[in-house]
Design a protein around this ligand. Sequence first.
Ligand code: ADP
Ligand code: MG
Length: 425
Amino acid sequence: MPSDALTKAAIVGENRVIIVKHKADWGRIMGWKSLDDMALAGKRVLVRVDINVPVEDGRVTDDTRIRRIVPTIRDILAAGGRPILLAHFGRPKGVHVPGLSLRPLVPDLEAAFGVPVVFCADCRGPAAEAAVGALPDGQVLLLENTRFHPGESANDPGLATEMAALADIYCNDAFSAAHRAHASTTGLAYLLPACAGRLMQIELRALEGALGTPKRPVMAVVGGAKVSSKLELLGNLVAKVDTLVIGGGMANTFLAAQGIDVGKSLCEHDLGDTAREILTKAKAAGCTILLPCDIVVAREFKPGAENETLPADACPKDAMILDAGPDTVARIATAMEAAKTLIWNGPLGAFEIPPFDRATNAAAQKAAALTNAGDLISVAGGGDTVAALNQSGAAKSFSYISTAGGAFLEWMEGKTLPGVAALEK
Ligand code: ADP
Ligand code: MG
């Protein structure tokens, strides 16, 4: 079966698929191989996956990451390959922490893959070699947490060589770990014939389509708490996008930098110069910046707090700006109607505390409607952003929601991700 049909089938109902031209050539354009380029029959395939799922009382509470690697495992099995999974779990910092074993995930993996999953208590050495040798056809081997070895985070060539000895092919399907230069995410790609897995492939295509070679006009929405955490992001975006919406707490820093009193709002007053530099850079690059023109303010940071909507320059001295107002949302909606591509990181307000989720919800629903109508390609990522878009009910209509947090941000910042660069070598 063509891989695109399979990956599409796997994510229908969760996210749409970005339609790109020349699908078959995509990996070649971007410089990496996919599973379609590898002869898999009878081959041992080390697959780096991200199954760092949330677990409570021994039970997986959100299996999204497990579901998303299924197409890769199925395709390898269907081609007669032998999948050997490598993954990290939590932060054991190079020592064996029994509570961070991957073994408890075996039943969830078996249910997702529909085949038996054999577990091995080490990711290298004699035990792993024996387990690989004994793996029956059609089954999957899961190796223990790579981070139990200090060589993982150190990208130690010794550990990478030992892991490479277990297989014939390396397949990286962990975009969300690709911002780390670790032995299992990067080192291995230099030691074995390497390719991207299906999830990595979809993620790279969606992201490249949104920011690398986007359909213009392209618009970015950046919100969240602080400018300081997203400085590089803002700097990179003003040079690449046509319109940049700055919302959330970080908008307060920009308002203050223009001499507006923001009262008791979250604001980084020491970043005034930086904010002004970003505005100057945007102007030079022809990027239109949209800042709030009206605001929702309150005196307390709690659900249902008494609040009022005011012009952006009218925040009372004893109040905090906790959301953007309806006029700002209307301007964002108009900009979205003009855009062909939207990329979003960071909520527009304190979305966890209603009613300060209104601007985020309204903007998300507008993006969802335009996407549903086929008028917009919408891509979003970031821990709180995904939570906010899920809460608004708009997430399922977005073209693509990245499962990656840190890697998504670093990619948006324009950084080269070591795990991706290693595949492009
Ligand atoms: P992400 O995890 O998607 O990258 P961030 O962590 O940068 O997003 O930002 C999310 C946080 O920003 C949320 O906790 C939200 O409450 C907060 N936030 C947004 N707007 C405001 C505001 N006006 N005042 C205070 N906090 C805000
Ligand atoms: Mg966050």
